[in-house]
Design a protein around this ligand. Structure first.
Ligand code: CO8
Length: 261
């Protein structure tokens, strides 16, 4: 375990090929202050560069994944310093990571905490998890994707309801709405996310990065452009040794040996 002040990070899984990041600011329910976000960005960067890591899991505590941006830190902010200081600019690091990132959410995922989970590629939730965008209650609005990523995932009606009322939804409701792919008992969700990370890490890192990139295009572009990108990326797998190895191994009834070439 390599502790920084506000997060813990380690390699997990039987092959130690899953990067596990635990937000660790329990007294403030993992409120996402500037320091925590800087430490998170730095650790994500290191894990993205580490060839032994094939997938990353971000989690919090059983009580809170993260209860949002740090409200106390925001009280003194004025418009000029949010604008010129690029407030929240370094929050999007998780969307720049090229390896798959899984959020394992227990407890509160509110405001910036819900937005952080939405920036991840896959969300697993514990059965007591709660998701919400309660910014309206404190005189502001979502600032890191809670109106945009959420609307793309769940549509207008539920996004409006959450953003306009601050009402929270349960893990099961989040699953029904497509935010979460699976719900587990709270004490199992991190292990299940690590198992998922291990499964992803068994694949070719090269082809995995291509797969992640094309799925993400679906959220950035039109259908016809996205389909073109997908087709070109599919073609480009034929320029790799791993594509030939995968198909050859299938025909020889053996496990492929990936080289990321
Ligand atoms: N910021 C700072 N401190 C917090 C936060 C927060 N977001 N959430 C909880 N805490 C602190 C509390 O102040 C309290 O500290 P203390 O003991 O020193 O008073 C401690 O954590 C425990 O919290 P509670 O006593 O309130 O615990 P409860 O179990 O009674 O309630 C709740 C838990 C419901 C989660 C409650 O704490 C709450 O409503 N928190 C605020 C949730 C919220 O409004 N989040 C949205 C914040 S705004 C935001 O995220 C804007 C995002 C903008 C874009 C992001 C880019 C930066």
């Amino acid at each position: 375990v390599r502790p920084t002040e506000m997060i813990l990070s380690e390699k997990a899984g039987s092959k130690q090929n899953v990067g596990l990041i635990k937000l660790n600011r329990p007294k403030a329910l993992n409120a996402l202050c500037d320091q925590l976000m800087k430490e998170l960005s730095q650790t994500l960067d290191e894990m993205d560069k580490d060839e032994k890591i094939g997938a990353i899991v971000i989690t919090g505590s059983e009580r809170a994944f993260a209860a949002g941006a740090d409200i106390k830190e925001m009280i003194p902010l004025e418009y000029p310093n949010t604008f010129l200081g690029g407030f929240l600019e370094h929050w999007t690091k998780v969307t720049e990571v090229r390896k798959p990132v899984v959020a394992a959410v227990n407890g509160f995922a509110l405001g910036g905490g819900c937005e952080l989970a939405l920036m991840c590629d896959i969300i697993y939730a514990g059965d007591k998890a709660q998701f919400g965008q309660p910014e309206i209650n404190i005189g502001t609005i979502p600032g890191a994707g809670g109106s945009q990523r959420l609307a793309r995932v769940v549509g207008k009606s539920l996004t409006m309801e959450m953003v306009l009322t601050g009402n929270r939804i349960t893990a099961q409701e989040a699953k029904d709405a497509g935010i979460v792919s699976k719900v587990f008992p709270a004490d199992q969700v991190v292990n299940e996310a690590i198992k998922l990370g291990e499964k992803i890490a068994e694949q070719s890192p090269l082809i995995t990065a291509m797969a992640k990139e094309v799925v993400n295009r679906a959220y950035e572009t039109t259908l016809s452009e996205g389909l073109k990108v997908e087709r070109r990326m599919f073609h480009s797998t034929f320029a790799t040794k791993d594509r030939k190895e995968g198909m050859t191994a299938f025909s020889e009834k053996r496990t492929p040996k990936w080289s990321s070439k």
